[in-house]
Design a binder for this molecule. Structure first.
Ligand SMILES: [Zn+2]
Length: 442
């Protein structure tokens, strides 16, 4: 009896999930046939050339890390021009444009709040030349994919909804976030969720398919978050002459003990969990006992619990390294100070796939290949870490070399990005008089 039970236990959830996905696909296909939705999809094709013009214009407004405000003002203006009246910039610098659904305040039992967003910041330093150039059908520009394309996909979808007079059941907020890249540490989206705990679902539009993905007919969307925690540990000690003061504990020796301990860790391969001591520095000369030494360690995981467990072990090893170095010389003089320098939440083991199911359904409804579901680090990390359904979608078109001076974009079948975003949004927020929201008002 054991075997069938085990089989059933394994098969049943898989079968149920399969059924749910098919139901989601069918629901999006039904949506696509609504006259207003058809009109909006057609509008997105007609709006295609304008998105490229807008993408170039936005790329040429510098938005270096921590200095997104000029581009934020511009994006707020564009949201107003596209038809939103409630547009504001929050304390963190995020642009928030609200488009209320019909369910709002009308006692609807399920009127969820969906955020669709793209990030305003780029990785490029202040003073970089942001002029967009063109060669052999490709547009070259700093951030032209990442994330100017995401911003214009949002604007085009908004114009389409206004044009077709599409009313959703739930509210949809159009958001430009700050601080997505590197040391920005997702500060915009973190502030957004701290301020607005009522958000029920989240879509980030970030990135485009590479030429290889396009050729292979294998688009990708991000539905899981690789989390990271990065620490800097600074060891200090009394220092002294290597011969004259032999017997003093050493900051470099303490650091060495820590690195040796970390190097022995064996985190799980699945969910993929990794560590790396990427930088060490310290000491002043070969004849001086080191008074100071610093290491930087990066930890990543596809699972929040594994990331927490690894981090606890690494921090323990660092503390024990200090104790061991002091014990070796019967001292208490070596100390360590730890500083968190990076924090991106990993997915929790949550099972709400409503956003990714809706996105896959949109690809199917548009006759496109089903996307692969990937792990990555994007603005969607924050909701995925909170157990809120989220995904990161492509903006349309193809390109490559994001984060490099050679970043390029080609405007090929680019309307498909906004079309996928529109259908996903409508499926999640519901269309007044036609379909219920797939998103649950939590
Ligand atoms: Zn990006």
């Amino acid at each position: 009896m054991k075997r069938p039970i085990r089989l059933a236990a394994l098969l049943l959830p898989a079968m149920l999930w399969h059924t749910t996905v098919q139901a989601a696909d069918a629901a999006v296909s039904r949506l696509k046939r609504q006259p207003a939705v058809k009109a909006a999809l057609q509008f997105l094709r007609d709006d295609d050339a304008r998105t490229l013009e807008e993408q170039i214009a936005i790329t040429q407004i510098p938005a270096p890390p921590f200095k997104e405000s000029v581009r934020a003002q511009d994006f707020a203006e564009r949201l107003r021009a596209a038809g939103l009246t409630d547009v504001s910039i929050d304390a963190a610098g995020n642009v928030i444009g609200k488009r209320n659904g019909v369910g709002q305040g009308k006692g609807e039992s399920n009127a969820p709040l969906l955020v669709i967003s793209a990030h305003l910041d780029t990785v490029f330093a202040e003073g970089s030349d942001v002029t967009v150039t063109q060669k052999d059908g490709r547009h070259f520009g700093l951030g032209i994919i990442d994330d100017s394309r995401g911003l214009v996909a949002l604007l085009s979808v908004l114009r389409a909804m206004e044009h077709a007079k599409l009313r959703t059941v739930g509210d949809v907020w159009f958001v430009g976030t700050v601080g997505e890249e590197a040391l920005g540490n997702l500060r915009g989206v973190k502030a957004l969720f701290a301020e607005h705990p009522g958000i029920d679902g989240f879509i980030s539009v970030d990135g485009v398919d590479t030429p290889e993905q396009a050729r292979a007919g294998k688009p990708g969307i991000v539905t899981q978050a690789t989390g990271s925690r990065r620490w800097e540990a600074t060891f200090t000690g009394p220092g002294g002459h290597s011969f004259g003061n032999f017997g003093n504990p050493s900051a470099v020796h303490a650091l060495g003990r820590a690195v040796a301990g970390i190097a022995e860790l064996r985190p799980p391969a699945d969910p993929k969990t990794t560590f790396n001591v990427g930088v060490v520095s310290g000491g002043t000369g070969v004849t001086a006992i080191a008074a100071q030494a610093t290491l930087q360690v990066d930890m990543r995981s596809n699972d929040a619990d594994e990331l927490r467990a690894l981090e606890r072990r690494v921090l323990d090893i660092i503390d024990h390294a200090v104790e061991a170095e002091n014990a070796r010389w019967s001292s208490t003089a070596v100390r360590v100070e730890r500083r968190l320098v990076g924090d991106r939440p990993a997915s929790t083991r949550n099972t709400d796939r409503s956003v990714s199911d809706a996105a896959v359904g949109a690809y199917v409804a548009l006759g496109l290949a089903k996307p692969e579901l990937d792990f990555a680090s994007t603005d969607a990390n924050v909701p995925l870490g909170l157990g809120i359904p989220a995904a990161t979608l492509n903006g349309g078109g193809i390109g490559d070399k994001a984060h490099s001076p050679d970043e390029w974009y080609e405007h090929v079948n680019a309307w498909q990005g906004p079309q996928i975003l529109l259908l996903t949004t409508l499926r999640l927020a519901g269309v007044a008089g036609h379909s219920k929201p797939a998103l649950v008002d939590r």
